[in-house]
Design a protein around this ligand. Structure first.
Ligand SMILES: Cc1ncc(COP(=O)(O)O)c(C=O)c1O
Length: 328
């Protein structure tokens, strides 16, 4: 029999699948790591389990305690699920732009959810500030994914080694969106330690501050954007600029159209930020031949965005599709 006792045992070991869209036939070998195979449908299951397990093992957290964090949705469902199974209570804060599907998923695991206005990080009403304040005032355990080095460590210990092993060490280019930066920083550091020639390419939405920070070490004010889960308006502790070789910036429109195209052409239903990564992979692939092997991270599932970038109505309302266009 091949059976499992606990859904937590199913976190990680996600598959690498060939990506064709945007990759020329004489270009690099390109694969995407499908993180929607994790139990709550995103890459966030990995770091949530790692942070909670480590804190419990070190006695910083015990059954019955309350854990809090701010989330663009995916950490919320991961924390809600992991907390329940570890005997903890979970409270999440999330901004208004978070998709209904992700909000409902968090609630379905029994967590408490606080929806906050779409304001900058340092505004006391922001999803970030509310989580920090409640943690301090009530003594909750703060998962603090944006600054947690255990977030980075979880990808150094799982995502990076899986990519290395599944490509038999042949990977030459790693392409990954940056939200907290944990996935990128942890996996890229592991891969570069294995082979210092591997190029780590970070992917950022237009409007996020990471691009200017990484290129010029300048903290410029960004502007709001629609893609969920990646980009930031402040530098994060989980983002390690020293492991970045290149950063590619992608617009909302290109991200969403690419995600939709990949679903139709290749049957891979992934989230908007996976469209961002796939679009960046096309840019990066231009100068590369078949001797190169590129791996991109698809952080979550398109099923979480049926009311957003997979809805023609929503795309038109945002101005990403002309009014008269009917997408099949
Ligand atoms: C949809 C999506 N893509 C990408 C990421 C980026 O992952 P990380 O926070 O490890 O940088 C996240 C994180 O929230 C996400 O939710």
């Amino acid at each position: 029999m091949r059976t499992y006792d606990n859904i937590l045992d199913l976190i990680g070991h996600t598959p690498l699948l060939k990506l064709r869209t945007g990759i020329p036939p004489d270009g690099p070998r390109a694969y995407v790591k499908l993180e929607f195979f994790n139990p709550t449908g995103s890459v966030k299951d990995r770091m949530t389990l790692h942070i909670i397990k480590k804190a419990m093992a070190e006695g910083r957290l015990k059954a019955g305690d309350t854990v809090i964090d701010n989330t663009s949705g995916n950490t919320g469902s991961a924390l809600a699920m992991v907390a329940k199974l570890m005997g903890l209570k979970a409270i999440l804060t999330t901004p208004e732009k978070t998709s209904k599907e992700k909000i409902d998923l968090i609630k379905s695991y029994g967590a408490e959810l606080i929806i906050t206005p779409e304001v900058p990080h340092d505004d006391p009403r922001s999803f970030y500030a509310v989580a920090r304040r409640l943690a301090k005032e009530k003594g909750y355990f703060d998962l603090d994914q944006y600054d947690s080095q255990d977030n980075v460590e979880s990808h150094y210990l799982s995502t990076g080694p899986e990519i290395w092993e599944d490509t038999d060490g042949q990977i030459t280019h790693f392409v990954c969106g940056i939200g907290t930066g944990g996935t990128f920083s942890g996996a890229a550091r592991f891969l570069k330690e294995k082979n210092h020639k591997i190029k780590a390419i970070a992917v950022d939405p237009e409007g996020s501050m990471f691009t200017d920070y990484i290129r010029y070490r300048k903290e410029t004010a960004g502007h709001p954007y629609k893609v969920e889960g990646i980009g930031s308006d402040v530098m994060t502790g989980a983002m390690h600029p020293d492991v970045v070789d290149e950063i590619i910036t992608v617009s909302d429109k290109d991200s969403f159209h690419r995600a939709r195209l990949i679903a139709r052409e290749e049957g891979i239903s992934a989230g908007g930020s996976s469209g961002t990564v796939a679009y960046a992979m096309e840019q990066a692939a231009r100068d590369l031949g078949p001797e190169s092997l590129m791996v991109g991270i698809f952080a979550d599932s398109g099923i979480k965005y049926l009311s957003k970038c997979y809805s023609d109505d929503w795309m038109r309302r945002q101005g990403f599709m002309p009014q008269e266009e009917v997408a099949r």
